[in-house]
Design a protein around this ligand. Sequence first.
Ligand code: SF4
Length: 283
Amino acid sequence: MNTGPDDDVSTPTPTTDTDATSAAGTAADTAGTTTAERRDVESPLALKRRARRTYRVLAERYPDAHCELDFRNPFELLVATVLSAQSTDVGVNKVTPALFARYPDAEALAGADREELETLIRPTGFFRSKASSLLGLSAALVERHDGEVPASLPALVELPGVGRKTANVVLGNAFDIPGITVDTHFGRVVRRLGWTDEEDPVKVEEAVGALVPRKEWTMLSHVLIFHGRRTCHSRRPACGACAVARWCDSAGIGVVEPKVAWKLLKDTPPPGTVPDPSGAGGS
Ligand code: SF4
């Protein structure tokens, strides 16, 4: 999970692949108003309905949305999530098999030789500080929780190197306790969709949590993160191949010509979930 600086731009420059209205199906198409006008008049209830509709459509677009870190238990997910800072999940998944074979639990990891640990996690970047985090949090797990990962947000965020985002990943995916994971993709996508203008992750979490039922929070996080990784890219969002352009406040900020936009997708959409690249029809 990339937790690097969000390089989203607040006032994106439209690309030269223009004609947003025909390709992407903007809010203006469906509501008869401009996006700015809609935002001025959209009631909290209308926003909630739009957000839930958008989520439902995205859930169909990404039916296999899930945590992309490999893990077999809460300890492994906690460690993998710490390693995913400033790295990709794919990169983390490459190092964790050997890491967990060597250190299968908190006790083993707390007693790890630092140099050996650093060598194992080096490919994920920032390996020295990550090694410190892993040694510190493993020791804390042993001292405070008998080596077990606690299933509560306050206890998790008390652990060294564990913030709200990591805690919510662990709660949602290892304990089935709903949590919203505001990573760089999630924050960018919800701001573009116009669900919130907040930049602070905790405020984003609160704002989005008020729009979508609590039981959906974990899956919502997966779906929006999938969307950010596969379609709503930071620099060139594929608006012309986006399943939810008609409900997005930012539709048209990216590439809107369908054939070009399709090439930007990082997956193959399920049939009928995104605009037809031939231009014959919409989603
Ligand atoms: S790709 Fe992103 S910015 Fe473009 S329409 Fe879809 S959600 Fe909106």
